[in-house]
Design a protein around this ligand. Sequence first.
Ligand code: SF4
Length: 360
Amino acid sequence: MLVEKWPARITRWFVKGHRNMPWRDDPSPYNVWISEVMLQQTRVSTVVPYFNRFVKRFPDVHALAMAKLEDALLVWEGLGYYARVKHLHEAARLIAGKNGGELPKTSRDWMTLPGIGPYTAAAIASISSGERVPAVDGNVLRVMSRFRGNVAFATRSSAIRNIQEMLSPMIRSVNPSHFNQALMEIGATLCLPRKTKCHLCPLKYECISFRKNGINLCPVKREKEAVPHYQEVAGAISKNGRYLIVNKYRGNMLHGLWEFPRLRVDGNIDSRMAAKALLSYTGLHSGSINHVISFKHAYSHFCVTVNAFSCTWRRGSVKTILNRCARWAPLSEIEKIPMSTVSRRIFLTLTRHGKTTSIV
Ligand code: SF4
């Protein structure tokens, strides 16, 4: 039987020259778990400072399980995709409660925890426990599709299954942690979506796309859908030195972060009308209204332009619909609670620059 040479070659390449990352220096199951969850949809360079802060604040699963979700959210603030930290916290409590704090060893057991899909489970189990299971995400899919010259698959999941089957015998003969990380590293540093550095790639000798110059064909690109763009207004409304903040906990993509009230508005209305609409939404009336900041913020599936204003309460009570999740808090407290990125930016503009212009 012909023994493929490239699996051993890429593991050697990885060991010799991989990028340093804090979870690679100490690949304990806890560190690998936290890093893999943080790395979902997020670049390594963004994750590193968050990872360092998170493991310093919650050094093990018990510390995370005993913490309040709000404390974990505060450390996560700004990293986005907040369901991830909610799931981490929930999973930590399950592990601490049921298993006495012992983390799973197999990908199958990891997958029973909230927020862990097949890729993350395979990555954690192979890196931290040496399970011989291929971890195939979008990067690895791109690398292996180009490597084999495969252009078309009916669906992404059928492509992933196919690549997993192809890699399963390969991973048996090498260090599974190094093998999976080598493919991830090739996808992240050499076999990039728009540009490739094939001359540096340890797969170049067998790579069909490279040999046939067909890199742009693999994998077939999907047409990008236009990202919807919405207009929003946000208000920093103060009353006796406290600001109105809301926490739309359940069913909301912000998963428990606090915010200044905000509202999606018609893009055609001016900033004065938008501020009035938000005040009417809260049930409050104010005197003069000042513009604080306007900025664009991108989410995974849409983006918003936020026009933020500040004003001082004059009369009225917070409407019942908001009252259940709203409270008045001083700036000194707002500084310490987890906030959405949009509201934190408004808060920082208010407190650091303090410059506003009158709208009304
Ligand atoms: S040789 Fe080029 S196309 Fe092939 S896997 Fe490496 S970087 Fe990608």
